[in-house]
Write a new protein. Structure first.
Length: 324
């Protein structure tokens, strides 16, 4: 992990310099773990909105993607041996509608209430008009890319989980998530490129919980994915942020941490990042991480003045810039 020294700049300055070089690039946002059960679910049921503090930022982007860290269903039964099981009410999706265009299902909680609840989750997302990837009704659908076609660009986003339990993995004829097998991931990246993707983005659910830095497996495989054609790599799962680096001129953001989540008693789990990127045909033009402070109800709040990783094309190391 390489985090550059603090620069006397703001993310807005870096953003503005990059924007001057290219008209009308595509703005893409990634969020970390979004869990709509427990306190966030109670906030929504009471008429609240956990995403309201970030609504202007989300609404200004061309496309928004998050990791949905729960089943969304009325049915199903909690799976044995899980310490924590999350199932949100279908009504909670109303706060995502219009704020998130797509969610990854590739995580260790999508199957918390079994296959029936997983399938019900896909049905509720489809009905809400929220695209999904990293999981599906069979193995082929689970590995199918999320295709984003906007502003003359064709971007493929792939979702994978590599944190137990593996029994949530999709089978040839059974529903579930996309598991991160190295050679399959590489094959999917190559297939997306062959299908005409200008850019391929793996969104990984990986890393050890609470660890503030990526392990050697994450670093090695992230770099290999870029060697194989990925334009950047984004991660979540550890419930903490894990820094960023530039490899072959392309950013790797190892973990965005939590975004909407409650129940943590350590400080790092109550801080997360939104990743905002600008794309043109040549790749990432500029990127920044926007800091979020998560309250006891799981609601994220912007943290103006916080220093977080950012960068622009041509940088050989990550900058550390103040949030606007």
């Amino acid at each position: 992990m390489k985090i550059g020294q603090k620069h006397l700049c703001t993310a807005a300055v870096v953003w503005g310099l990059a924007m001057a070089a290219q008209a009308e690039p595509l703005t893409l946002i990634f969020a970390g773990d979004i869990m709509l059960d427990d306190a966030p679910g109670r906030v929504i049921a009471a008429g609240g909105d956990p995403l309201a503090p970030f609504a202007p930022i989300l609404e200004a982007a061309d496309y928004r993607i998050g990791n949905l860290e729960c089943a969304v269903a009325d049915g199903g039964a909690a799976q044995p041996s899980k310490i924590w099981s999350f199932r949100a009410k279908p009504e909670t999706l109303k706060v995502l509608r219009g704020r998130f265009d797509a969610v990854s299902l590739a995580n260790n909680h999508s199957g918390d209430y079994g296959q029936a609840a997983f399938v019900e989750t896909t049905q509720h997302l489809d009905a809400a008009g929220i695209a999904r990837f990293g999981g599906g009704r069979d193995l082929a659908e689970a590995h199918r890319p999320l295709w984003i076609e906007k502003k003359g660009l064709k971007i493929a986003v792939l979702g994978y989980n590599e944190y137990k339990p593996r029994r949530f993995e999709a089978g040839p004829q059974t529903p579930g998530i996309a598991w991160s097998e190295d050679e399959q991931v590489i094959a999917d990246i190559r297939a997306a490129k062959a299908a005409g993707a200008d850019h391929v983005i793996p969104f990984m659910h990986w890393g050890w919980e609470k660890y503030p830095q990526p392990d050697e497996r994450q670093k090695g495989f992230a770099r290999r994915m870029i060697d194989e054609g990925a334009s950047l790599v984004v991660g979540s799962h550890p419930h903490v942020t894990q820094g960023a680096e530039i490899y072959q001129g392309k950013p790797i953001v190892y973990s965005l941490g939590n975004f909407v989540f409650d129940g943590f008693d350590y400080t790092n789990a109550q801080r997360g990042w939104l990743l905002r990127l600008k794309f043109d045909r040549d790749g990432v033009l500029a990127w920044e991480t926007l800091a979020a402070q998560i309250d006891d109800d799981g609601t994220p709040w912007p943290r103006p003045g916080a220093f977080t990783p950012c960068g622009r094309r041509g940088d050989d190391k990550v900058l550390d810039c103040a949030n606007p």
